[in-house]
Design a binder for this molecule. Structure first.
Ligand code: SAH
Length: 221
């Protein structure tokens, strides 16, 4: 991210952001790189103007197209499980507001992100580029991954799926990790970590969350 002009990131929000980081530490987030990234990304620029005063509360908030920007705890938790190292190639499915995308960029990853809704894709592109992030964004169906740039060291789903779309494991590099909320799209999902070792997929289940559903192309929200 480039240096923000003070009027884009007034001290009031900087202070609220530090408090948010403190509250995430209290809730058990430990990864220093993830906490530092949350401390840098101006979440108030990723929420709808109506909710700007709530941007640093640990809450999911509505964005355009009936979608949500994930709760900061969820972003921090998912990102910690992903174990991102600098220069890794990371595929995100569900760009949404672009907030999680920015967090991945702050970790030094090379980020590829796919969004189904054209309006969200366009807004996220304008915002992320405006903030100086270099990212690869695409308007399309993330269930298909992004074969042109595969394999990916890390794959992150930010929408709920009943199971991992089959082709995605083929796009995961050897030694790679895929993190996804798996479960009923209209209920709760269990955060699931898949890792690829010697061509085999290993699975580990974590805490419960509630995400908006991963949809098919043309499927209404
Ligand atoms: N990471 C986002 C979370 C947005 S919610 C953020 O931090 O704001 C999940 C997003 O996934 C929504 O924007 C939704 O439109 C998108 N989505 C749903 N199904 C999709 C699909 N098949 N391919 C790509 N994006 C999808």
């Amino acid at each position: 991210m480039k240096r923000l002009p003070l009027e884009w990131d007034p001290p009031r929000y900087q202070g609220q952001r530090r408090q948010l980081v403190e509250s995430l530490i209290q809730k058990g987030i430990q990864d220093p790189a993830v906490l530092a990234a949350i401390g840098r990304v101006p979440r108030h620029l990723f929420v709808e103007p109506t909710f700007i005063e709530h941007a640093y509360e640990d809450k999911a908030l509505p964005i355009a197209c009936g979608q949500t920007i994930s709760q900061p705890f969820t972003v921090a938790y998912q990102t910690s499980l992903l174990e991102v190292a600098p220069r890794q190639r990371v595929l995100e499915i569900g760009t949404g507001s672009g907030y999680q995308t920015a967090i991945l960029c702050e970790l030094g990853a090379e980020v590829y992100s796919v969004e189904l809704e054209r309006e969200l894709y366009e807004r996220a592109r304008a915002l992320l580029e405006g903030l100086g992030y270099v990212v690869y964004l695409r308007w399309g169906d993330g269930r298909l991954g992004w074969p042109t740039y595969a394999p990916f060291d890390r794959i992150l789903l930010t929408a709920a799926a009943e199971s991992v779309p089959p082709g995605l494991f083929d796009q995961l590099a050897e030694g790679g990790r895929l993190v996804a909320p798996i479960g009923r799209p209209d209920g709760t999902q269990q955060m699931t970590v898949y890792s690829k070792r010697n061509g085999q997929i290993h699975r580990e289940t974590k805490g419960y969350f509630r995400f908006v559903p991963l949809r098919k192309w043309g499927e209404p929200a």
